[in-house]
Ligand binder design. Structure first.
Ligand SMILES: Cc1cc2nc3c(=O)[nH]c(=O)nc-3n(C[C@H](O)[C@H](O)[C@H](O)COP(=O)(O)OP(=O)(O)OC[C@H]3O[C@@H](n4cnc5c(N)ncnc54)[C@H](O)[C@@H]3O)c2cc1C
Length: 468
């Protein structure tokens, strides 16, 4: 019997045969994610029902040297959940319960398969709020969010997933179950391994439970659209708005291509000459919000907005957000191929980044729609092309984009992670010594390299740094 057969036999004994999927037509559904990574059909899919089962799966995989790729909702944008080295895909749809909501401590204990939007809606029924809000919230899972340290529009005011994680239960590659962190708001015992595992893309451990911090739900929310006649007006407007002390819950940028897509669905009459939009949301006490809205709207008008439109009803707001959340999928339908980058620059450098995108578009005759989390300087730069011959141009443009981002003291990924797609570029941002240190950490957690192998670290980091 092969090592895989031996491992699966042990897993079936521990978890029951119904937990293991071998049928190819079913396995195909676990081959890819929402990125351009070439799908790889796993040799088996295991649906774990408990921490104990995850531990048994890992013990068997460790003993027989079989790769295991954890998978949440499969909405990742860099191939993180794609089983590039084969083996087992481990899923958590059977571990999807919100185990506890503590209204006094403002915490919740959840399993990794909980869909993020469901968690948000559930706690909101109790007037509590879980701020992390990736635009994929209705299809991604908490386990995936923890593994990628997901952000989203509201990260501008509330921060990213890591800031809401107090503790986690994690299963290591050899099946050891660890409790990381704490349940209390404060806690500084030992190294902060919780922070290390959050964002580690499933390469250090498997999250089987997490204690997350909640906050009181904001009483009310208002959304406005500031329409500008040029993209170059937007970055200074954001900068000035924030330096004036406004604290929106999010500030999203849409360029003209994104506007073309959103316009028919947005439900608001956007002036024809609009070339860029800032979608600004304010939340807080209901009694103060109308005043804040007026002040912020006036500030945006003073900063050159052609018009400031306010979503008047929750229906208008929902339609606007639905089209914003669908933007990525809508863009994908515009061309045969789409590559979406997720770069970040200091907010003061956003104008330089937007200029670079415009130059790359002109010089290479490429369509490069750009939108994203302007308040964080985190933009989704999309490359669209039909003709396969254009791929070389796209690769060159991506490399130049990354070089410019590093020059501007930015980073290659604000929220999607490195996974497979960005691994070749990691040495552009990180020194050999830093990559080496992280690989040694990986060795400690996963000495046989069975946990989500083939992710984050490029094979040729040394060559990139001229050390061969
Ligand atoms: C339309 C669209 C909009 C998006 N908008 C945003 C956004 O606004 N902000 C943002 O941050 N991202 C966004 N994303 C990207 C994506 O949704 C996030 O990266 C999300 O956190 C992935 O969650 P998932 O459950 O789908 O994980 P998957 O794609 O299944 O996996 C992602 C990574 O997590 C690992 N993993 C999954 N579960 C576990 C576990 N239990 N333990 C350990 N590792 C695990 C996987 O191995 C993989 O490396 C968007 C994606 C799409 C398609």
């Amino acid at each position: 019997m092969s090592p895989l057969d031996n491992a699966l036999l042990a897993i079936e004994r521990a978890c029951g045969s119904g937990s293991v999927i071998r049928d190819e037509s079913l396995r195909e559904g676990y081959a890819g994610d929402e990125s351009e990574t070439t799908p790889c059909i796993p040799e088996a899919v295991v649906r774990a029902s408990s921490t104990e089962e995850v531990s048994q799966v890992m013990r068997a995989a460790f003993e027989h040297g079989v790769p295991v790729t954890p998978r949440g909702g499969g909405t990742g944008r860099v191939g993180g959940a794609v089983p590039v080295r084969g083996g087992i895909v481990l899923t958590f749809e059977r571990m999807a319960s919100i185990k506890h909501i503590d209204r006094n401590e403002l915490t919740t204990r959840v399993q990794p398969g909980v869909i993020t939007g469901e968690l948000k809606r559930t706690v909101e029924e109790d007037l509590l709020y879980y701020p992390p809000d990736p635009n994929s919230r209705d299809s991604c899972a908490i386990g995936g969010n923890l593994a990628t340290n997901a952000g989203g529009p509201r990260a501008f005011k509330y921060g990213v997933t890591r800031e809401y994680v107090l503790g986690m239960e994690v299963v290591l590659a050899d099946g050891t179950v660890l409790q990381l962190g704490h349940e209390t708001k404060k806690g500084v015992t030992g190294y902060d391994l919780t922070a290390l595992v959050v964002g580690s893309e499933g390469t250090l451990g498997i999250v089987t439970e997490a204690t997350l911090r909640l906050i009181p739900k904001p009483e009310a929310t208002v959304t406005l659209l500031a329409c500008f006649s040029g993209l170059d007006e937007v970055a200074p407007a954001v900068q000035t708005l924030l330096s004036q002390g406004h604290v929106p819950s999010c500030i999203e940028l849409l360029d003209s291509e994104a506007i073309r897509i959103v316009r028919p669905e947005a439900g608001l009459t956007i002036p024809d000459e609009t070339k860029a939009i800032l979608l600004v949301e304010l939340d807080g006490e209901a009694g103060r919000l109308d005043g804040d809205l007026e002040v912020c709207g006036n500030a945006l008008t003073d900063l050159g907005a052609l018009e400031v439109l306010v979503a008047q009803t929750s229906g208008e707001r929902d339609r606007l957000w639905a089209s914003r959340r669908e933007l990525s999928h809508s863009l994908r339908r515009q061309a045969k191929n789409k590559l979406s980058e997720d770069v970040v620059v200091p907010r003061t450098k956003m104008a330089d980044l937007l200029r670079t995108c415009a130059e790359l578009s002109d010089e290479n005759e490429l369509v490069i729609p750009t939108y994203g989390h302007a308040g964080d300087g985190n933009l989704h730069v999309n490359f669209l092309w039909d003709d396969p011959d254009q791929k070389r141009k796209v690769d060159d443009a991506v490399k130049r984009l990354f070089e410019r981002v590093i020059e501007l003291r930015g980073t290659l990924s604000g929220e999607h992670g490195i996974g497979v797609l960005k691994a070749p570029y990691l040495p552009m941002e990180q020194s050999l010594a830093l990559i080496d240190l992280q690989q040694r950490i990986k060795d400690v957690f996963d000495p046989k390299h069975i946990l989500n192998p083939g992710k984050i670290f490029p094979a040729d980091a040394k060559r990139f740094h001229g050390v061969c």
